[in-house]
Ligand binder design. Structure first.
Ligand code: NAP
Length: 334
């Protein structure tokens, strides 16, 4: 892979700092690195590979004179909408972690091992899916290939790190019996069935994202899909129970074979020995862990499965860096 000029927008945040970790772990060769955040963090020093970098305030004048190949965005929807085009203008490819462009028909929504093939060099803005959606895509894709998915119902158990630094600090505050500053109720000792604002039909924004993004990524416009998204008082890694209905009867042997063969999926399913996916196990890893795989008791076309993944890594930073790697390894000729 060639040496790259990379910008990180939101470099002081949870996802932004994990971008740096992952770029280092994957030995991405970097020529120039530009770290952007809000005015609050201007001139803060961040160390990367034994070199000190000053955080730049995100502003047009701090972008326009730079040569940047990729801009990795993780500073929220508003910032992406306002600033992605400035990076496109200087010919950078934007890989965006926010929801700003996910449902835009002209923007590909990518989990590389599932639908990386749709990427072309023309794509200057590429969207990274929602963290809970990402971890369900590869298991659903391989099972859809086998039995044709008709319906999916998600129930999530999402860690507070999914809300960024504010979520983690709210869990810490409420563990000390202090008032929450971010969630509407104390997250300690609670499960909050409320992630994002309430919108259509009393679904939340997070639930609508999971439903719509699943259809777009799998290319299944008519898929029946529903979701219940719940914030739980753990620091990191999201768990998602996936209940599926297929058009064909399910063969469990084929399910295990397909999931065992699937790239970036690890099956942990030996209930006799209490082996199943756990948040504490997924944290720090880049794979999606699946287990508790069961045929429905009443319908051979239905299957139940529990998945866990590190929401900051596979659910955000790792997937974005994998998009960059996919483009560099498959589309860039140089
Ligand atoms: N956490 C997850 O599991 C996850 C997963 C997938 C996607 N995402 C998405 O990634 C984004 C960031 O999430 P996070 O968890 O990393 O949040 P976070 O820890 O709160 O970090 C937010 C980052 O955005 C920067 N920022 C905020 N306002 C800005 C502005 N006006 N201009 C420039 N920079 C600004 C912050 O800089 P300052 O330090 O200067 O405030 C900080 O670097 C969100 O869109 C989120 O939906 C998060």
């Amino acid at each position: 892979m060639r040496k790259l000029n990379i910008a990180i927008v939101g470099a002081t945040g949870l996802v932004g700092s994990t971008f740096l970790k992952i770029l280092k772990e994957r030995k991405i060769k970097i020529n120039n690195l530009y770290l952007y955040a809000s005015e609050k963090s201007e001139n803060k020093i961040i160390n990367f590979k034994n070199k000190e970098y000053k955080v730049l305030r995100l502003s047009p004048e701090n972008i326009i004179d730079k040569q940047i190949d990729y801009a990795l965005f993780s500073a929220g929807e508003k910032v992406s909408k306002e600033y992605a085009q400035f990076f496109v203008k200087i010919n950078a490819t934007v890989i965006d972690n926010s929801s700003a462009f996910r449902m835009d028909d002209s923007v590909p929504l990518i989990v590389p091992e599932v639908n990386g093939k749709i990427l072309t060099t023309e794509n200057k803005i590429i969207a990274n899916p929602n963290c809970s959606t990402i971890q369900c895509m590869q298991p659903l894709k391989v099972l859809n290939d086998l039995f044709k998915l008709k319906r999916v119902d998600y129930s999530t158990y999402q860690a507070v790190s999914g809300s960024g630094i504010k979520g983690i600090s709210d869990l810490k505050l409420t563990r000390e019996n202090k008032k929450p500053k971010f969630y509407p109720y104390p997250i300690v000792d609670n499960c909050l069935p409320h992630i994002g604002d309430f919108v259509d039909g009393n679904y939340t924004k997070e639930e609508v994202k999971m439903i719509n993004e699943t259809k777009k990524i799998l290319g299944l416009k008519n898929l029946q899909a529903s979701a219940t998204c719940v914030r739980v008082p753990i620091i990191n890694s999201h768990s998602v129970e996936i209940d599926m209905e297929f058009k064909k009867p399910v063969d469990l042997n084929k399910v295990y074979n397909a999931l065992n063969m699937a790239e970036e999926v690890i099956v942990l399913d030996d209930v006799k020995h209490n082996v199943y996916p756990l948040a504490s196990l997924a944290t720090g890893n880049d794979e999606v862990f699946v287990g508790r795989i069961r045929l429905d008791k009443f319908d051979r076309k239905k299957l139940h499965m529990f998945t866990v993944a590190d929401n900051i890594r596979k659910g955000a930073a790792t997937n974005a860096v994998e998009i960059l790697e996919y483009i560099e390894n498959n589309l860039v000729t140089d």
